[in-house]
Write a protein that binds this ligand. Structure first.
Ligand code: NI
Ligand code: MN
Length: 229
C-alpha cells in the first residue's frame, strides 16, 4: 500500500482501492495537491470542520466515490450532492474488500461559515483494513484511554496517524502516550505546522516515540509518500 501525506490531516491510501481521508486542500497553506486532479473510491471524513471536510464533497462528486462519515455528517454531504455511506462510532462495514470501523474522537463536529454553525454529529477516527494492512487515523482528538484498552489491545495496527499540533488536538506529549498504547509498527504525525498556532517539531516527536515506545516514527512532508507491506 502506498500512503501519501497531502498535508494537515489528509492522507491518500492506494492499494486495491484508493481512499482519501480528510481532504483539506483548498485553503491549506501547506497542501501540494489541487483537488481537481484527485479521484478516490472512498472519501473518509472524520468531522465537519473545514480543515477536514475540506474538498471532500467536490472529490466525491468528480470521482463518483463514496463519502464515509458519521451519520449526521454523511447526511449533510448527501444534501450537497455526494454519494454517501452513513456509519457511527463502534460500527464497521466491509466495502468491496476494504473494512472501515469508526472509532471515538474527543473533539467537536460542525460545518461553520460566516453566518451559521451547522452541527454534524460526533467526530470520529477510522480503523481501515485494506490488503492485509491496518491503518488507524485518529481524527482530531485528545488522548483517551480507549486507545489502550479498546483500540490498541484488539488490533494489530501497522500505521497510526496521530495529531500532534496541540491546542485543538493532542499535543506531542499525549501523542507519545497514544503511541505507547496503540503499539502500531509505524507512527506518522499529522495536524501540525499548518498554521503558527499548531507549530510543532515533528523530529523531536519522532525521537521521543522511538525512545519511549516500540514504534518507528516516520515524518512525512506534505507531498511525500511511503510504501508499506
Ligand atoms: Ni477539528
Ligand atoms: Mn482539525
Amino acid at each position: 500500500m502506498k500512503i501519501s501525506y497531502y498535508g494537515h490531516a489528509c492522507f491518500m491510501l492506494e492499494g486495491s482501492k484508493k481512499i482519501i481521508i480528510d481532504p483539506f486542500l483548498t485553503g491549506n497553506p501547506t497542501a501540494t495537491k489541487k483537488p481537481e486532479y484527485i479521484k478516490a473510491d472512498y472519501i473518509l471524513i472524520s468531522h465537519g470542520h473545514g480543515d477536514h471536510l475540506g474538498d471532500g464533497i467536490k472529490i466525491a462528486r468528480q470521482s463518483g466515490g463514496t463519502i464515509i462519515a458519521p451519520n449526521e455528517l454523511a447526511v449533510f454531504c448527501e444534501q450537497k450532492g455526494a454519494k454517501v455511506h452513513n456509519m457511527h462510532i463502534g460500527g464497521a462495514y466491509i466495502f468491496d474488500g476494504v473494512k472501515v470501523k469508526l472509532t471515538q474522537a474527543w473533539h467537536g463536529s460542525a460545518f461553520v461559515d460566516d453566518q451559521d454553525i451547522i452541527y454534524t454529529g460526533n467526530p470520529c477516527g477510522f480503523l481501515i483494513w485494506m490488503d492485509n494492512l491496518c491503518i488507524y487515523h485518529a481524527g482530531d482528538t485528545g488522548l483517551f484511554g480507549d486507545m489502550d484498552t479498546v483500540i490498541g489491545r484488539n488490533n494489530q495496527i501497522d500505521v497510526a496517524l496521530l495529531p500532534i499540533g496541540d491546542n485543538f488536538t493532542m499535543g506531542p506529549e499525549d501523542a507519545v502516550i497514544a503511541a505507547k498504547w496503540l503499539k502500531a509498527k509505524t507512527v506518522i504525525p499529522m495536524h501540525y505546522n499548518t498554521w503558527p498556532l499548531i507549530a510543532q517539531d515533528p523530529h523531536l516527536f519522532k525521537e521521543k516515540v522511538e525512545a519511549q515506545t516500540q514504534s518507528k516514527c516516520l515524518v512525512l512532508k506534505p507531498g511525500e509518500s511511503t510504501e508499506i507491506y
